[in-house]
Design a protein around this ligand. Structure first.
Ligand code: ATP
Length: 275
C-alpha cells in the first residue's frame, strides 16, 4: 500500500537527513547536542541532533548485546556505545554529553535499570528513558491507529487514541525469525541469511519464502488491534524495510497499512527528539 505522503513528510525528510549525516556529519557550532541511543536486538544506533533538533551525525553497529529488550551482554553493550560515542565525537569535534534511550513496550520494570547503566557507563548523562512507540511517534506524529515496530527480536505494538498510547505489547517474533526461515530454506548460516535478507535486490524473491512468518506477525497484530477499533496501521522497525511487507499485513489485517520510506531509523530519531 502507498505511504500516506502527507503523514510521512516530516518523517521521511528527517530520516533522509539522518542517512546523509551518517555518511557525512555536519560539523556546526551547536550550543548543545542531543543523542538518541537505540539498543536493539540486531543493531545499536546512535542519532545525534543539534540545538534545532536537526540531524548532524549518526552511527550504527550490528550487535548481539540485547535480546527481546533485555541487555544480555552488559559489558559488550557499554563498549559498543562508548566506541560509537567516541567515533561521533571525533567526527563532530565536540563531546557528546546528553543522551536518551528507549525500551520496548512493557519491559520497563524488567530492564530500565540496565539500559540506564549502559548509557551512563558509556559516558553519557541520561536525560530520558522512554518507550519505543512513544519515541517513534515523536517522528510519525500519529493521533489514532496502531504503530507496529517489527525489529530484530520482537514486534512491538502501540495503539494510539487522540494522540495517547492506550495499549502496548511486545511479542517475540521479529527479523531474527525471518532470517532463520531464510537460513532453513536456502541452507545458509544465520549471518549469511540475514545479509541476503537485507539486500533489497532479493526482496521480491523472498516474499513467498517469508509469507508464513509475515502472516504470523499479522496474526499477532490482529490479536492486539481487535478490541480497539483500530483503523490504520503504521509500520516502523528494520524488518519493515522488506519490500511488500505492508501489502501482506494490510491483506491479513484488513486494515490500511502504511510505512515511511525508511522505517529503520524512525525510533532512534524519535529517541533523540525526546532527549
Ligand atoms: P528490537 O527492536 O527487536 O530490539 P532492533 O532495534 O535491533 O531490534 P531494528 O534495528 O528496528 O531492530 O531492526 C533490525 C532487523 O531489521 C534485523 O532483523 C535486520 O535483519 C532487519 N533489517 C535491516 N535492514 C533490512 C532490510 N533492508 N531488509 C530487510 N530486513 C532488514
Amino acid at each position: 500500500m502507498e505511504a500516506l505522503n502527507s503523514t510521512f513528510l516530516y518523517c521521511d525528510q528527517l530520516v533522509r537527513d539522518f542517512e546523509k549525516v551518517i555518511k557525512t556529519p555536519i560539523v556546526n557550532k551547536s550550543a548543545v547536542y542531543y543523542t538518541g541511543i537505540d539498543l536493539g536486538t540486531a543493531y545499536i544506533v546512535l542519532a545525534v541532533l543539534d540545538e534545532n533538533y536537526q540531524p548532524v551525525a549518526g552511527a550504527y553497529r550490528f550487535a548481539s548485546v540485547v535480546k527481546d529488550g533485555m541487555v544480555v551482554d552488559y559489558i559488550g553493550a557499554i563498549r559498543i556505545v562508548r566506541e560509537l560515542k567516541q567515533e561521533l565525537e571525533q567526527k563532530l569535534g565536540t563531546e557528546l554529553i546528553y543522551a536518551a534511550a528507549a525500551l520496548p513496550p512493557g519491559t520497563f520494570t524488567l530492564d530500565s535499570g540496565a539500559i540506564k547503566h549502559v548509557v551512563q557507563g558509556a559516558g553519557f548523562e541520561i536525560t530520558n528513558l522512554l518507550d519505543e512507540p512513544t519515541a517513534a511517534n515523536a517522528v510519525l506524529k500519529i493521533k489514532d491507529g496502531a504503530i507496529v515496530d517489527i525489529g530484530g527480536g520482537t514486534t512491538g505494538i502501540a495503539i494510539l487514541k487522540d494522540g495517547k498510547v492506550i495499549h502496548v505489547a511486545d511479542e517475540p517474533t521479529g527479523g531474527t525469525h525471518f532470517s532463520l526461515v531464510i537460513a532453513g530454506a536456502y541452507k545458509l548460516s544465520f549471518d549469511e541469511a540475514d545479509q541476503y535478507k537485507r539486500d533489497f535486490k532479493n526482496h521480491r524473491e523472498l516474499t513467498p519464502v517469508l509469507r508464513p512468518v509475515i502472516e504470523k506477525v499479522s496474526s499477532i497484530i490482529n490479536r492486539h488491534v481487535a478490541d480497539y477499533q483500530v483503523k490504520e496501521i503504521y509500520l516502523v522497525g528494520g524488518t519493515c524495510c522488506l519490500e511488500g511487507i505492508e501489502d501482506i499485513i494490510a491483506k491479513q489485517t484488513n486494515l490500511p497499512t502504511y510505512k515511511p520510506q525508511n522505517p529503520m531509523f524512525v525510533t532512534p530519531l524519535g529517541i533523540a527528539l525526546n532527549c
